[in-house]
Design a protein around this ligand. Structure first.
Ligand code: 5AD
Ligand code: SF4
Length: 443
């Protein structure tokens, strides 16, 4: 028995869907009467919203729990109640309770039950809920109230693709899509609460579909008509779900931003087959041709894995040459990490860590080069910047270009304003822009 927590802090790791879930958990606990603490160190309840995608992400959970408890001890405070949420909770719930003696474990489909689980834990009952009942949570979360200019909206969860390295189909379950009306209602609420840009989220967001046969592009076309919603994005997509209608939307829907995150993972067909990706290198490149044909300025982004079991130097060179051919505006790259229960973890030919390190460094050098080149190619462009927050320097604001580049605005501007700027400086990670006129700065 302990007294119920009065203050909470949510710490999210991993993907943007976890960021979205973390925000919704915070809203849920605030609606339940708890107050948000400034940081984890001063909260009665810390929710660790975890990621299971790579081993290091998982280990971070245990080191975080240890650190929270140690700091409390050193400062003479009672250790906070700890709730482990997210994909580690789903995959290793019982193990976490055994190994770290946490108070609450709640999976990504069950977090609408968090207040009850916290109350149970405070009353001395162990509280574990990793029910995978799909989409139940969405109907039981409080309304959106105040959000940042750029907001996330989960429209789809889970994955049926079973790439051989990936735990997502096991932790988030099979692909499911939220209903059309629920999504439009939430989008309207987000805009009313201050959002000017919405990023639609899903593990396979472009597989979104409803019972009436509508696809993601239909959803985007309806969202496009919501007054006050200026920008739409979506992430993350599988190449095989890039429907013709969605490609066309990139050429026709003005609020759909010219940016596409389309992971390819590797450049050699043998590796793509071993990964169970169901597409070839050439199929991916031809798909990009079709997208560029309707939207020539589209900024492309991707995910890459180096050191997949059995990857030869020549196969890795195919990844480098694919990167050269595409010219990504930005990308994420990872060393392969064997995940328990996935087929690739059983392959005997695992790659040595120093080989992976070397390949990752070479890949990242290429990706950084291309990102900088993309930014330099943007110099002289006139575009809108959505102002998201203050910059580090006085009088400087930070926002995003249509191509998802960070842009420093060299002037004061209200957060949430869409400012028309000329891009005048380009670095590897950001650009600088000046408003085209003083009037452009108004919210
Ligand atoms: N090891 C390394 N990277 C992985 N990803 C998914 N599973 C693994 C793994 N086992 C990467 C993929 C995916 C991104 C979200 O994480 O590139 O697109
Ligand atoms: Fe994982 Fe592949 Fe599904 Fe992406 S498409 S979530 S990498 S199984």
């Amino acid at each position: 028995m302990s007294s119920p927590p009065k203050t909470f802090h949510v710490k999210s790791f991993g993907c943007q869907m976890n960021v979205y879930d973390g925000e919704r958990m915070a809203e849920l606990m605030a609606a339940d009467g708890m107050t948000a603490a400034a940081d984890a160190g001063s909260a009665d309840l810390v929710v660790l919203n975890t990621c299971h995608i790579r081993e290091r992400a998982t280990e971070k959970v245990y080191s975080d729990i240890g650190r929270l408890r140690k700091n409390a001890r050193l400062e003479g405070r009672t250790a906070p109640m700890i709730a482990v949420a997210g994909c580690v909770a789903q995959a290793e719930g019982e193990e976490i309770v055994a190994r770290a003696k946490v108070d609450v474990v709640v999976g990504p489909q069950a977090y609408h039950n968090l207040p009850r689980l916290v109350a149970d834990a405070a009353a001395g009952t162990p509280a574990l809920d990793t029910d995978l009942a799909r989409l139940a949570k969405f109907g039981r979360l409080p309304a959106r109230r105040s959000v940042a200019p750029s907001a996330f909206l989960t429209v789809q969860e889970g994955c049926d693709k079973f790439c051989t390295y990936c735990v997502v189909p096991y932790t988030r379950g099979a692909e499911v899509s939220r209903g059309f009306d629920a999504i439009i209602d939430e989008a309207r609420a987000l805009v009313d609460a201050g959002a000017r840009e919405i990023t639609l989220l899903g593990q396979n967001v472009n597989a979104w579909a409803d019972a009436d046969g509508r696809g993601l592009h239909d959803l985007i076309r309806v969202l496009d008509r919501i007054p006050g919603l200026s920008r739409i994005r979506y992430t993350t997509s599988h190449p095989n779900d890039m429907a013709e209608g969605l490609i066309r939307a990139h050429g026709e829907v003005e609020s759909l931003m010219p940016f596409l995150h389309l992971p390819v993972q590797a450049g050699a067909d043998r590796v793509l087959r071993a990964m169970n990706r169901h597409h070839t290198r050439d199929g991916y490149l031809r798909l990009l041709d079709r997208i560029r044909a309707v939207r020539p300025d589209i900024a492309l982004s991707g995910d890459f894995i180096v050191g997949f079991p059995g990857e030869t130097e020549a196969e890795f060179a195919d990844t480098l040459s694919l990167v050269d051919e595409v010219g990504y505006a930005q990308a994420f790259s990872f060393k392969y990490s064997p995940r328990p229960g996935t087929p690739a973890a059983e392959i005997s030919d695992q790659i040595a860590p120093e080989v992976m390190d070397d390949r990752l460094q070479r890949l990242q050098a290429s990706l950084n080069r291309d990102q900088h080149a993309f930014n330099r190619a943007s110099l002289g462009r006139r575009c809108t910047v959505l102002v998201e927050r203050r910059g580090k320097l006085a009088g400087q604001m930070l926002g995003k270009s249509p191509w998802l580049q960070s842009v420093h605005l060299l002037t004061e501007a209200p957060i949430g304003a869409l400012v028309e700027v000329d891009l005048i400086q380009a670095g590897p990670n950001s650009l600088a822009g000046v408003p085209v006129s003083p009037a452009a700065v108004a919210a």
